[in-house]
Design a binder for this molecule. Sequence first.
Ligand SMILES: Cc1cc2nc3c(=O)[nH]c(=O)nc-3n(C[C@H](O)[C@H](O)[C@H](O)COP(=O)(O)OP(=O)(O)OC[C@H]3O[C@@H](n4cnc5c(N)ncnc54)[C@H](O)[C@@H]3O)c2cc1C
Length: 419
Amino acid sequence: MPMNVKPVPTLDERINDIRMRTAEIVNQWILPNEARLWGYRRRNEVSDHERRESLALREEIKEAVWKAGLWAPHLPKEYGGMGLDFLAHAYMNEVLAYAVGAASLFGVVAPNSGNQSILVKYGTEEQKQQWLVPTIEGKMESGFSMTEPENAGSDPRSITTSAVLDGDHWVINGHKWFTSNGIDAEFFIVMARVAESDEAAKRREGTMAQFIVPTATKGVNIVRGIGIWGRRESDHCEVVYDNVRIPKENILGQVGQGHRAAQDRLGAGRIFHCMNSVGQMWRAFDLMVERAEVRQVHGGVLKDKQFVQGFIADSYIDIQAARLMTIHAAEKVDQGLDGARTDISAIKVFVPDAYHRVVDRAIQVWGAAGITNDLPLAGMYLGARTLRLADGPDEVHKILIAKNVLGRYERGESWDFGN
Ligand SMILES: Cc1cc2nc3c(=O)[nH]c(=O)nc-3n(C[C@H](O)[C@H](O)[C@H](O)COP(=O)(O)OP(=O)(O)OC[C@H]3O[C@@H](n4cnc5c(N)ncnc54)[C@H](O)[C@@H]3O)c2cc1C
């Protein structure tokens, strides 16, 4: 079924226009072709002809998105993006995310989108020309390499990958995993610690920095695309950096800015994930109601059974709550990322969990069909579960919420939920 999007009376004309034009592309171009759009990724399952067809179709849709002026909503206009603020982007994204994976057809796809945002903020003009512009044009892929198997990803200060300045080069040594998009990436942004001798410095944020590492550099060893959720391989890669030498100029920002840059990147990324989840929940909801209306069981249709009515009502409540929380957080980010951290963590906990519940109910209503590849629900289910780990697990975000709340009360204030 097409997505039902009408102008929102409280929104300005510009955002409503963006939403309506996004919905037009989703409904006319993407949803009718959804089954064919992903063939290009299933190298061993589809014929060469199907792969080529899928790639050509994607290019055609991207062209339509460009022409409609809807490309790269997260980037400034000077870099070919739409220059949207977070709030406008949240309103657009809930529409485009209705179709599975549609964000990539609109030029927003992790980890490229996060890398682009930090290149815009921390990159030199040369770095922007060499690494940012080609990723925006879709001519280059990238990855973000921070998490290490031997250290807790929840505690980025535990990173041990080292960078040592040797003449005109940085020499990087370390072991990473879950570097997403690692198979296709032409460069990684690598988080490392600029090596210092004393033990205390090894945990200080002041020694963290990010480096642009072309994946073709000698010593960048992609060990494997880690198998996840029962699949043999994924594009989340394990990477060993073995004496990797990169030019001195490839540092992104300054030594000591690495932790901050990672937080900036992840803060924005978490909101994008939640905006996507809202669109996907909307889709799962439509699918659930659509099925409930027609499926005959035990002498009646599912929609007349109170269990199913409960699913519909609970899902409605989950979606409204998740959507309003996400819009609120986006509004806060536009007023400054620091003031929004509590709300970003709140949505990062609530929204993936709500998404998980909604998809779970939709699968239940569809019965066995719910877990088949004929519907997008199974993929959504795994995606929702995964989101409770990626970009910081739930527990870490709850700790941050409690810390910020308690800090305020300890300073003699209380929480103002209106601001
Ligand atoms: C699909 C996917 C894609 C990813 N992509 C990337 C990527 O592109 N680049 C990248 O660098 N990383 C990536 N990651 C890694 C991700 O950021 C980490 O997995 C995440 O930060 C958690 O780190 P960890 O896996 O080391 O878990 P750990 O830090 O070992 O934590 C394990 C568990 O401990 C619990 N926990 C942690 N701290 C506390 C605490 N203080 N109190 C109570 N419980 C706690 C949580 O339940 C947590 O799930 C990706 C992960 C996934 C799943």
